[in-house]
Design a protein around this ligand. Structure first.
Ligand code: NAD
Length: 496
């Protein structure tokens, strides 16, 4: 059986304990992954620190040329990478291609950093004095990423970190670790020097070693809220810069004036796409007033039409969950919802796929008459379960969303510009879709939620990514003419 190794200083590094990597569609163990700890993190940081000395001094043009080459390799190997992701995560190959494309857009953003890194210049701020600023990389930075986007989420981080001159240590999810090594090899082929991009596999031990390592300047984390909070606390306690994105409970509000067929179509795709394992998945449909009965009827029809199967089978729209534990958690949640008074309109529990009887499959579930007090509303289920909450007005829907501890994404389906404007201004959520169910921002905007969906204050990629991975210097310059007399006052200098 294959053992997935670390990638440190341009080479695969063997050794140490391992954990199983499953094929979620069959339930079979298909590989083992190394579980690194302090020694492996230290080796990666040592390599990255040495590489920083030269990489940070390389020209901006050189760094951007590597990004252009890396982008082309991502295009050329999209299908291969998509199949690797699908085999370990369970999502469909088409969905995996989508995450590669969205991640690649961050590389494209990084290819344009020459413009974004341009500093400011102020002429003659005082007599004979000019000021300019520029940004410099931090040093060695680390990324800790979740299972649900094994290519895209790391791509939110490392292209910007590397293009701005940092060196990078990635700790991907131990559930689907192969994409990280594949990307490391693409970087090598793109001409990135050894040690600039490293991968240490593992779980909590590797994370703890990253958080405590004095050679790491900044940590980017994406994952569940409790771990985001832990990472934020530990990394800041060790003096590091942190961006820590957490979990979500995303509401899609449907007003009676919306095209209900359109809304239900998009909410169905947003709820059950990737088996609901997206931080921007729609997990709550908020039906306003007279929209409710017809909306639920259409949602039911569409949930029953979803084609569930192995991610690499033609025609599959929804694959299995990532682990047996996830499958059990989601199916238990449907049972709890029923016990707490929700109506189970579509019950996805117990689904068996021919030839894949041991796969971690569960079908789409649709719950109606869910209330804010029920566990199915309060918990992030991270599976193909859509809860319908019925409210009387748009303002009641906004109050519901604002009272929820999460604030990652939300959507409004309506025909009314006035309602859309009121919604987007009042709702306490970071990313908003108007008739768009999964409003993931383009790479040149930043990505990040509010409240418990983002711990601290730093969203990811786009201009915020450049800010995060660099720090500014401001230079005040005077070039006096020879023999020119300029008083050196003892009072604090002011401009004149
Ligand atoms: P997770 O929090 O379990 O794991 C994320 C990372 O933290 C992994 O690399 C994992 O190895 C590590 N980790 C897990 N437990 C740890 C511990 N006790 N101590 C230290 N490190 C630990 O998340 P997941 O299950 O891999 O991913 C799903 C979660 O990620 C969901 O909550 C989802 O909403 C969230 N997510 C959020 C965003 C966003 O942009 N806000 C994007 C994708 C996923």
């Amino acid at each position: 059986m294959q053992t997935i190794q670390h990638w440190i200083d341009g080479s695969l590094v063997p050794g140490g304990e391992t954990a199983p990597v499953f094929n979620p569609a069959t339930g079979a163990e298909q590989a083992r992954v190394l579980l690194g700890g302090a020694a492996e993190v230290d080796a990666a940081v040592t390599a990255a620190s040495a590489a920083f000395e030269t990489w940070s001094q390389s020209s901006l043009s050189r760094r951007i040329q590597v990004m252009f080459a890396f982008r082309q390799l991502l295009v050329d190997h999209e299908e291969e990478l998509a199949r690797i992701i699908s085999a370990e995560h369970g999502k469909t190959v088409g969905d995996a291609r989508g995450e590669i494309v969205r991640g690649r857009e961050v590389v494209e953003f990084a290819c344009g950093l020459g413009d974004i890194l341009r500093g400011g210049f102020s002429d003659q701020v005082s007599r004979g004095v000019d000021v300019h600023d520029f940004r410099q990389p931090l040093g060695v930075v680390a990324g800790i990423t979740p299972f649900n986007f094994p290519a895209m989420v790391p791509l939110w981080m490392h292209p910007i970190a590397i293009a701005t001159g940092n060196t990078f240590v990635l700790k991907p999810s131990e559930r689907d670790p192969s994409a990280a090594n594949f990307v490391a090899d693409l970087y090598r082929r793109a001409g990135l020097p050894d040690g600039v991009f490293n991968v240490v596999h593992g779980g909590k031990d590797a994370v703890d070693a990253i958080l405590a390592h004095s050679g790491i300047e900044a940590v980017s984390f994406v994952g569940s809220t409790p771990i985001a909070r832990y990472v934020h606390e530990q990394a800041t306690a060790h003096g590091k810069r942190v961006q820590a994105l957490g979990g979500a409970k995303n509401h899609a509000v449907v007003l009676p004036d919306a095209d209900l067929e359109f809304a239900a179509n998009h909410i169905t795709a947003g709820a059950y796409g990737s088996a609901g394992e997206r931080c921007m998945a729609v997990s709550v449909a908020v039906a306003v007033g007279a929209a409710a009965d017809e909306l639920v009827a259409i949602l039911e029809r569409k949930a029953r039409e979803v084609k569930v199967g192995p991610g690499d089978a033609p025609g599959t729209e929804m694959g299995p969950l990532v682990t047996k534990a996830a499958q059990e958690r989601v199916e238990n949640a449907v049972g709890t919802a029923a016990a707490q008074g929700a109506t189970v309109v579509v019950d996805g529990r117990g689904l068996k796929i021919d030839g894949h009887e041991n796969g971690f499959f569960t079908g789409p579930s649709l719950l109606d008459h869910v209330t804010a007090e029920m566990d199915a509303y309060k918990e992030e289920l991270f599976g193909p379960v859509l809860a319908v909450v019925r409210v009387a007005t748009l303002d009641e829907a906004i109050d519901l969303i604002n009272a929820n501890p999460y604030g990652n994404g939300t959507a409004l389906f309506t025909d009314s510009g006035e309602a859309a404007r009121r919604f987007q201004r009042k709702v306490k959520v970071g990313m908003i879709g108007i008739n768009v169910p999964v409003p993931v921002p383009m790479s040149y905007y930043s990505f990040g939620g509010w409240k418990d969906s983002l711990i601290g204050d730093s969203p990811i990629h786009g201009p915020e990514g450049v800010r995060f991975y660099t720090r500014p210097k401001v230079v005040t310059t005077r070039w006096p003419r020879p023999a020119q007399q300029i008083d050196a006052g003892f009072a604090f200098p002011t401009s004149s």
